[in-house]
Design a protein around this ligand. Structure first.
Ligand code: TXA
Ligand code: MG
Length: 318
């Protein structure tokens, strides 16, 4: 069942809070992508997330908190992490922190690690977490390895009636998952995402190691397939064959010629491109084409995260 958030946000938030309190797994919008959410402290509910997604148990979940006070009950915030938190939360940043000694998170949530990935999201999801009073574990609301959901309908397409309630907050604002920083023993980028590395580096005053702007080419064997549509994906395409769908970026002459051509952003705006990425991959896939050709995307701002997702979408399938 899809439940509209916008008509009565307070009612929707209280219904979502109640469902989480009862141990249900629900679909919920965040500013990045839709999450498949459960009370992070409820072991059985969290297990159900892994089952529904087909996610391996060794891959831990992000715990979403309402504020710094809630974060401190579950994780240790060192001064550098706190600076980032104050600058970028609520928002598309996840930090991997040491678990607090009194943390009541079950091992299933954090895959038994001594660390926990934490994010304070913005908007409806944050209101729900504040009302619940406990962190919410939520991976992206897609079957493991498939394209993430940026609309409530996408969640329903993947899970059908197995997820009883999907809260519909419209198309997500950012459209790509959060940036993940490992904050234990220095700062390292684990996943580029909705917060640009430039913004993080200019706050910290130093370069963050990890996936950099130049690291565009990685041996294909090193890539794990993820964010993958059904069709094959061909990157850096300047033209496309008759039997391919095409995802363009910026002005492109073929735009109005076929119903298999999509454009992430005709004005070459990388924020707009990020917000359209997953839905256009799904639309291109739905044309029934054997392959999707995708135009080159600049490695600037959110372009770094877009290229990361595209590389994985194009990686050899497991
Ligand atoms: O924007 C987002 O981050 C979305 C929304 C729903 O918040 N969530 C999301 O979750 O993308 P998920 O599960 O699809 O990706 C979380 C990533 C996984 O790659 C996981 O391995 C990593 O975070 N992760 C979680 N806990 C970790 C930890 N303790 N150490 C290292 N990586 C961790
Ligand atoms: Mg995911």
């Amino acid at each position: 069942m899809i439940i509209d958030v916008k008509t009565d946000p307070d009612h929707a938030a209280s219904l979502a809070r109640q469902s989480l309190d009862c141990g249900e797994v629900i679909g919920i919008p965040t500013e990045t992508v839709y999450g498949l959410a459960a009370d992070a402290t409820n072991e059985a509910a969290v297990r159900r997330i892994f089952e529904l997604k087909g996610r391996p148990a060794h891959n831990p979940l992000i715990c979403h908190c309402a504020d710094l006070e809630m974060v401190r009950s579950y994780a240790f915030l060192d001064p550098q992490s706190e600076r980032l938190a104050r600058a970028f939360w609520p928002g598309p940043l996840t930090m991997v922190l040491r678990k607090a000694s009194q943390s009541r998170l079950p091992d299933v949530t954090t895959a038994g690690l001594g660390t926990v990935a934490i994010r304070v999201p913005e908007g409806f999801s944050r209101d729900v977490i504040a009302a619940l009073g406990r962190p919410v574990a939520a991976p992206s609301a897609n079957i493991s390895g498939k394209v993430s959901a940026t609309q409530a309908r996408h969640v329903e397409d993947d899970f059908g009636t197995a997820v009883e309630k999907v809260f519909d907050g419209g198309k997500t604002a950012i459209g790509i998952e959060s940036t993940i920083l490992m904050m234990v023993d220095g700062v390292k980028l684990l996943r580029p995402g909705g917060l640009s590395l430039d913004a993080i580096e200019s706050l910290l005053g130093f370069e963050v190691e990890g996936i950099g702007h130049q690291e565009a080419i990685v041996a294909p064997g090193m890539l794990s397939s993820h964010y993958a549509p059904r069709a094959a994906v061909r990157l850096n395409a300047s033209s496309f064959a008759d039997d391919e769908a095409f995802i363009a970026f910026g002005s492109h002459s073929a735009e109005c010629k076929t119903d298999r051509v999509f454009n992430l952003s005709p004005s070459a705006d990388l924020n707009e491109a990020a917000s359209n990425l997953y839905s256009m991959l799904k639309l291109a896939d739905a044309t029934g084409t054997a392959a999707i050709a995708i135009a080159p995307i600049p490695f600037l701002g959110l372009g770094v995260a877009i290229n990361d997702r595209l590389r994985r979408a194009a990686a050899p399938r497991n």
